[in-house]
Design a binder for this molecule. Structure first.
Ligand code: SAM
Length: 315
């Protein structure tokens, strides 16, 4: 950590805590530790027998947590991707089932604010964008070889960017001329690719969606989320709650559809003589859809697109 200690304001914290409702003696998994805002709130509700396992793919988040929570014996921190919940519990010899599991998706404010991580177009830095800089390809490496077709598709789908083909073309032209290794340079290329009228009309920076798409691809965010949610459902005790805060419509759709299937159960043929109890799924809604209040969005603009959904295992 440098001289600056970057902060993260936990999003929808009261609503998340209401859904999770941790009690004395509970074992809760915080799949996205960040700066520990959720873990700290959960620990406050637990007695000395309660425990929290907190995961983060980012080694900086874990290192920071080890210092900030050094006097907290009930918290176990693990540098791990959340698609490895089951394996991590085994490796740490922790209980195989949890009373509550929470995901707070995307990037933390410290990751965005620290220019050296390469997530932000506002401060120039190396174009990296990996949550875990010890694994996988950086954005620079990926952009150096990606085809125009794949880049266009990723910016269009993950960025939900209408100008994807113009932007992708400009990026490929630039990276063919010189290595694309600066966030400011990428932001400038995207800006130049966009028609003047479009730039004027946008409420967000013209590079926002492209940066989001590249980040989501480099970190394989949707793939990890899909595997992580399945693992989380397998890890819940009966009576346990899974709560997810998402910021992107594709993530939210994935959560919504999985929760719907979990609550309603797989479709059963009309005429089969099943008892009513057999027809539903194994979960019930705790929070079908919760958005941040105007007061929270005013206090913390990064909460703007947050969506909370939560389900409880009932059998
Ligand atoms: C929005 S922040 C969480 C903030 C946290 N709730 C707090 O209050 O401080 C998301 C965190 O999830 C981590 N993360 C993202 N994808 C992950 C993954 N697949 N596995 C584990 N951690 C991940 C990021 O590194 C980041 O620290």
């Amino acid at each position: 950590m440098g001289a600056v200690d970057y902060e993260h304001k936990p999003v929808l914290i009261d609503e998340v805590m209401k859904s999770l409702h941790p009690r004395d003696g509970d074992f809760v998994i915080d799949c996205t530790f960040g700066r520990g805002g959720y873990s700290a709130a959960i620990l406050q509700e637990l007695d000395e027998n309660g425990r929290v396992l907190a995961l983060d793919a980012d080694p900086d988040a874990i290192a920071h947590g080890e210092r900030a929570f050094e006097n907290e014996p009930r918290l176990v921190l693990a540098h791990s991707n959340y698609d490895r919940i089951v394996e991590t519990l085994k490796e740490l010899e922790m209980p195989a089932k949890a009373d509550g599991i929470v995901f707070d998706l995307g990037v933390s404010s410290p990751q965005l604010d620290d220019a050296t991580r390469g997530f932000s177009f506002r401060n120039d830095g190396p174009l990296d964008m990996r949550m875990n800089p010890q694994a996988g390809q950086s954005a620079t490496e990926w952009l150096s070889a990606v085809s125009l077709k794949d880049l266009t598709r990723i910016i269009s789908v993950l960025g939900e960017e209408r100008m994807a083909s113009r932007i992708a073309r400009r990026i490929v032209e630039s990276r063919d001329a010189a290595v694309l290794d600066s966030t400011a340079r990428l932001a400038e290329i995207v800006y130049q690719a966009m028609p003047e009228k479009e730039k004027r009309q946008r409420k967000i920076h013209p590079a926002t969606k492209t940066f989001q798409a590249i980040r989501m691809h480099v970190n394989q965010e949707l793939e990890h989320l899909s595997a992580g949610l399945d693992a989380a459902l397998d890890t819940l005790v009966v009576g346990g709650v899974l709560a997810v805060v998402s910021f992107h419509s594709l993530e939210d759709r994935m959560v919504k559809q999985l929760f719907r299937r979990s609550v309603l159960g797989d479709e059963v043929p009309d005429r089969l003589p099943l008892k009513e109890v057999d027809m539903g799924g194994n979960y019930e809604y705790v929070a079908k859809l919760v958005k941040p209040s105007e007061e929270e969005t005013a206090r913390n603009p990064r909460a703007r697109s947050a969506r909370l959904r939560a389900i409880k295992r009932i059998r």
